[in-house]
Ligand binder design. Structure first.
Ligand code: ADE
Length: 223
């Protein structure tokens, strides 16, 4: 059983699949750590055109996602352990702490199911919020839809799950990045690239000096 199942409700599955079928997300899925599932909101659309949106009461520009298709889509997949995530520019700002919370790193080994609803058009009927557990903003800018935020949320949660990153346990990742969340500059071969040289101390093999240099060059990271 996967640690986390993500069900993504979207009109644009084809925008999500390439990323989720690549690199670490693909590996996490292949290892059975996560599962990705898609629901086509259009399948729950109304009338002959399978409409999912309509104009706002009181006037105004644009179209809003309607309640009926969204409620039906969510209800079709909701389980007891499901939490619904809505990417929206007016949500709580996404950060590493929230990613950790949703990854359940601190919590038990109980499998989790996240339903991510990707809105499109100019917005959504406010009553949809009655189904939502987490309103998540990726920052103070406006995107055309929830697909990119969904990928970012999924990626940042998935990389924290045990077994996803190069065999390290999430506990090791956490302890590496714990405390003040500091990281230092790193280099790999060649030692001299177009005149840009790796600091001598890192080539010295002197572990004490290397540790000291790293401490002196720490900068804050999100982790
Ligand atoms: N949908 C549109 N803009 C967004 C943002 N900044 N964060 C999350 N969801 C969004």
């Amino acid at each position: 059983m996967p640690k986390i199942k993500f069900t993504i409700i979207t009109l644009f599955r084809e925008a999500l699949e390439p990323y989720l079928n690549t690199s670490m997300m693909w590996k996490a899925k292949e290892k059975g750590i996560v599962e990705f599932d898609f629901v086509n909101l259009r399948d729950f659309g109304l009338g002959p055109h399978k409409s999912v949106d309509d104009t706002p009461y009181g006037g105004g520009d644009g179209m809003l996602l309607r309640c009926e298709p969204v409620f039906a889509a969510i209800e079709s997949v909701k389980m007891e352990n499901s939490k619904v995530i809505l990417p929206t520019p007016v949500g709580q700002t996404w950060n590493q702490e929230l990613a950790r919370e949703l990854a359940g790193v601190e919590a038990s080994s109980v499998a989790q199911h996240y339903i991510i609803l990707c809105p499109h058009y100019e917005g959504y009927d406010e009553r949809i919020l009655s189904l939502v557990d987490y309103k998540i903003s990726l920052g103070h800018y406006v995107l055309t839809g929830g697909e990119l935020p969904a990928l970012i949320i999924i990626d940042s949660i998935t990389r924290l799950l045990p077994g996803v990153l190069g065999g390290e346990t999430s506990a090791e990742i956490e302890s590496f990045s714990d405390g003040d969340n500091l990281e230092y500059p790193q280099y790999t071969k060649p030692a001299d690239f177009r005149g840009m040289k790796v600091p001598d101390v890192l080539l010295s093999g002197n572990h004490g000096e290397i540790a000291k240099w790293r401490k002196e060059h720490e900068t804050r990271s999100a982790d």
